[in-house]
Design a protein around this ligand. Structure first.
Ligand SMILES: *[C@@H]1O[C@H](CO)[C@@H](O)[C@H](O)[C@H]1NC(C)=O
Ligand SMILES: *[C@@H]1O[C@H](CO)[C@@H](O)[C@H](O)[C@H]1NC(C)=O
Length: 198
């Protein structure tokens, strides 16, 4: 029987050339790797400085859902959807400074697995920190943008009626990425926003 001229592998390769499924981008492409992580993540850890009387000033990390845009449209800007009574909303209303932390272990990449050659702390398993200020979105256009980023990727959010919720938007002012041996690299925020992931 004749072999098909175009194999499944060929089709996959062609598909990858067209949509550039670089997963993840190679180390050294700092800004692109940072944008890849932020876009691929559906959640991260957000650290606020606690405003609760019993924990005043204590770093307060919270695993939290986020999105930087619909699957086919990365903006690089982290958006969140939070109950107005949450610790996060209470804390940022006192001090807007936050750090967002991501690990490629979230994506189950092979460099992050618990094997003899890999680990979540293995330097090829990238980690990212975004530092900046988190703000409540207060205008209708901002609400629409945040909703378009979050709701398609978090299908249950549209039914979260048990509390009043608000959209949050982050202004990033520093980016640290660890994607290789040698510790964290300082990624230019301007370069980060110049990346085109499409
Ligand atoms: C933006 O959304 C919040 C709830 O997420 C709402 O309270 C607020 O009124 C909205 N603002 C505008 C201008 O639509
Ligand atoms: C990263 O580089 C920027 C621009 O040079 C600088 O302002 C900032 O302090 C650096 N951040 C860190 C954590 O080294």
């Amino acid at each position: 029987m004749a072999q098909p001229i175009v194999s499944f592998a060929h089709v996959l390769l062609l598909f990858c050339v067209i949509v550039q499924c670089v997963d993840p981008p190679p180390h050294g492409e700092l800004a692109k790797r940072a944008r890849y992580i932020v876009h691929k993540a559906d959640w991260c850890v957000i650290t606020t400085l606690s405003s609760s009387p019993a924990l005043l000033g204590q770093p307060f990390p919270n695993p939290t859902s986020m999105s930087d845009g619909p699957v086919d449209k990365s903006s690089g800007i982290p958006y969140m959807y939070q109950p107005t009574v949450s610790y996060i909303v209470q804390d940022i209303s006192q001090n807007s400074k936050v750090t967002l932390t991501f690990s490629e272990a979230q994506f189950g990449l092979k460099e992050c697995l618990l094997t003899k050659d890999s680990d979540p702390e293995w330097p090829m398993c990238a980690r990212l920190m975004l530092m900046g200020d988190m703000h409540l979105v207060k205008d209708a256009a901002g609400n629409a943008t945040a909703k378009a980023a979050l709701f398609p990727r978090h299908p249950s959010m549209s039914s979260w009626h048990f509390h009043q919720h608000t959209f949050l938007k982050m202004d990033i002012n520093q980016i640290l990425l660890l994607d290789y041996f040698g510790g964290y690299s300082n990624v230019s925020v301007a370069d980060y926003f110049k990346v085109n992931l499409d």
